[in-house]
Design a protein around this ligand. Structure first.
Ligand code: G3P
Length: 217
């Protein structure tokens, strides 16, 4: 399973990238706003750190404008994935931009039928938003399972990028179902290492080690 980091914060991306934990990055207009940076500048900087796909989202709502924005974003670096929303205009932009050889991430997916359309429009990635479905009492993970089954039934190569990940359990479940990629905030990725028994075990080892009076270095 690939790990994308869902942020436009350079320091956080660099820290996880140094650990080999970053296979790609996803951004969106809200994350760009949060970073306080210019989209073109910060995206270029991210592409200089991470060699995997870096999603940069269009903000136009008409297909032709999305295509123009997508072409501009794609020029930032070779590893840009143009992100378009799952609307008919977005699907049209997806078809054109992917046909021109760009990676395209179709975002704001909330149903299996939407995911089917994205695959048919040539999307590289489909981004179902798990957390936002959970927020309205719909099981987001069921959507991941449905898309997995549908894509496998027909051999669609579009990668399932489980997004709006809020908890470590979301990551376990997405991995169990077979999502190709998860994108999560750095804080959630870091929490994957935590376990109270690890902390307790380490504390006991250190206490016992102190009693030996030994040093390794
Ligand atoms: O990747 C999409 C993600 O940024 C949305 O997450 O937590 O705002 O639903 P959230």
């Amino acid at each position: 399973m690939k790990f994308f980091v869902d942020t436009a914060e350079i320091n956080e991306i660099a820290e996880l990238n140094d650990l080999g934990m970053v296979d790609g990055v996803t951004t969106n207009p809200s994350l760009i706003m949060k970073s306080g940076r210019n989209i073109l500048e910060v995206t270029k900087e991210i592409c200089g750190i991470v060699s995997g796909p870096v999603s940069a989202e269009v903000v136009a709502t008409e297909a032709d404008d999305m295509i123009a924005e997508g072409r501009k974003l794609a020029k930032i670096a070779d590893n840009i994935a143009v992100k378009v929303p799952l609307t008919w205009a977005g699907l049209k932009a997806c078809k054109v931009l992917s046909g021109e050889g760009n990676m395209v991430n179709v975002t704001l997916c909330f149903s299996a039928n939407q995911a089917l359309l994205a695959a048919k429009a040539g999307a590289t990635f489909i981004s179902p938003f798990i957390g936002r479905l959970d927020d309205v009492n719909i099981d987001g993970m069921e959507l991941i399972a449905d898309i997995r089954q549908i894509y496998d039934n027909y051999g669609f190569e579009t990668q399932i990028l489980a997004a709006s990940i809020r908890t470590v359990n979301h990551i376990t479940d997405a991995a169990r179902i077979g999502a190709d990629v998860i994108t999560a905030p750095p804080s959630v990725i870091k929490k994957l290492a935590d376990h109270p028994l690890t902390d307790a075990g380490l504390a006991q080892f250190l206490k016992d080690w102190e009693k030996t009076g030994q040093k390794i270095l």
